[in-house]
Design a protein around this ligand. Structure first.
Ligand code: UD1
Length: 418
């Protein structure tokens, strides 16, 4: 495994372009299984998780090719319905193909997937939802077998607005004639992007972005061209890196409305957040932060995104005051507190709640990226600390950030990978 080396103390300055969203690209890539002709996706980030999804689709029989920044997926010959176990364990998002596979081939096998080490992350809501649409569910030594010669439209009420389960059900429903309704659905921007993609392919989707989604599917969906929305988590990471280093950074390809919890809080703390025409957002940190205690909890969209929580904690270390962060989406997503403490951070945390004593000096240290966003938090802390920080397991961070070192160098960071 490699490392990132960050020498802190420099203000970030300049302009950076936000890439396409990993969490929109992965389900949309999976949804291409539903099409009867090739799909072309623009703006897919070149990430390790995207590579795993390409391997999953290839193993199922699709032909996937890059051409510059466009990814073409030809699903015409998809015939297999078992995802190789090692791929399923490499990435949780491989679960996204079970809905489309079931709708197209009448079979799918779900194995408890891998992913970040932030909690158990069961798949019961996905399975329950698909069973409500007529899938027969049995367990055997391979995993959970789903079987449905014909899925049936119906109403599914989710016990929690799971992003992945909502997406799986939307994809399956896109191929079922009749109206399927998903109640207590997730409302994330990535759901809206998937809905737009399914609509282009021929399904009718109403209510995406609300908790009540209605889909009328078509037996045949056609391949289309689609551009992935900007990555709001990547945008938040750069904004927080700018804010933590006293910087001034303009984000290109950034949709400010996708950052509801973040921009308001940054403004409360004296960071200037200016929204310009053409999806430009300009972040200017104040000369110094005043003592301002902050309390936040994560939640489903439009709540504060769990995927921005670790980076926000790293930033809060620069703001004087006693702050509280409560993680309510995943049961074990505060592991970065321990790594940040190695850098001099004063944080008390249990599995769900962290108390952060902000405004104290940070120093470089040897730390480890425990999961993707925890790793991004360590990069932010490293940029804001005195001295050298070595972040081990940089590959974990590269699951979700493309060329992070090179792009931060362009903003003046002293950072390299080795
Ligand atoms: C997606 C995102 C991930 C983000 C998360 C929450 C992708 C590829 N990943 O993950 O980056 O952190 O949304 O915004 O889009 N749960 C169950 N049973 C299930 C499904 C989920 O109990 O069947 C629980 C999970 O353990 C977790 C919570 O629901 O505690 C939220 O999970 P979910 O919204 O499904 O997240 P993902 O779709 O896996």
């Amino acid at each position: 495994m490699g490392e990132f080396v960050v020498r802190g103390g420099r203000r970030l300055e300049g302009t950076i372009r936000v890439h396409g969203a990993k969490n929109a690209a992965l389900p949309i890539m999976a949804a291409s299984v539903l099409a009867s002709s090739p799909v072309t996706l623009e703006g897919v980030p070149r990430l390790r998780d995207v590579d795993v999804m390409i391997q999953v689709l290839t193993a199922l029989g699709a032909v996937v090719t890059w051409s510059g920044t466009a990814l073409t997926i030809d699903p015409t010959d998809i015939h297999a319905y078992v995802i190789p176990q090692e791929l399923m364990q490499k990435m949780r998002a491989s679960i996204f193909v079970i809905g489309p596979l079931l709708a197209r081939l009448g079979h799918a096998v779900a194995i408890q997937p891998g992913g970040c080490s932030i909690g158990d992350r069961p798949i019961d809501i996905h399975i329950y939802g698909l069973s409500q649409l007529g899938a027969e569910v049995t367990e055997d030594e391979m995993g959970t077998q789903l079987h449905a010669p014909e899925l049936k439209a119906g109403t599914v009420h989710l016990s929690y607005p799971s992003v992945g389960a909502t997406e799986n059900l939307m994809m399956a429903a896109a191929r079922i004639p009749g109206e399927t309704r998903i109640r207590n659905a997730a409302m994330e921007p990535e759901i809206v992007d998937l809905a737009q993609f399914l609509e282009k392919m021929g399904a009718t989707v109403r209510g995406a972005g609300t908790s009540d989604i209605r889909i009328v599917g078509q037996r045949e969906l056609v391949g289309v061209t689609h551009t992935i929305i900007p990555d709001r988590v990547e945008a938040a990471t750069f904004a927080l890196a700018a804010a933590a280093t006293g910087g001034h950074v303009t984000l290109e390809n950034c949709i400010a409305e996708h950052l509801p919890g973040l921009t308001g809080r940054l403004r409360d703390l004296g960071v200037e957040v200016k929204e310009h025409e053409g999806d430009l957002v300009e972040i200017t940190a104040p000369d110094r932060y005043r003592t301002t205690p902050i309390s936040l909890h994560t939640g489903p969209y439009p709540g504060f995104a769990t995927d921005m929580q670790a980076q926000f904690m790293a930033f809060l270390l620069k703001v004087p005051g006693v702050h509280i962060i409560s993680e309510r989406v995943f049961e074990n997503r505060l592991g970065h507190a321990r790594e940040l403490r190695r850098m001099g951070a004063q944080i008390v945390a249990d599995q769900r709640v962290a108390l952060i004593y902000g405004g104290k000096a940070l120093h470089g240290a040897e730390v480890r990226a425990l999961d993707l966003r925890a790793g991004a938090a360590l990069v932010i802390a490293g940029l804001a600390a005195d001295g050298e920080t070595v972040i081990e397991d940089r590959e974990v961070i590269e699951r979700g950030y493309q060329d992070l070192d090179v792009r931060l160098q362009q903003l003046g960071a002293d950072m390299e990978s080795r």
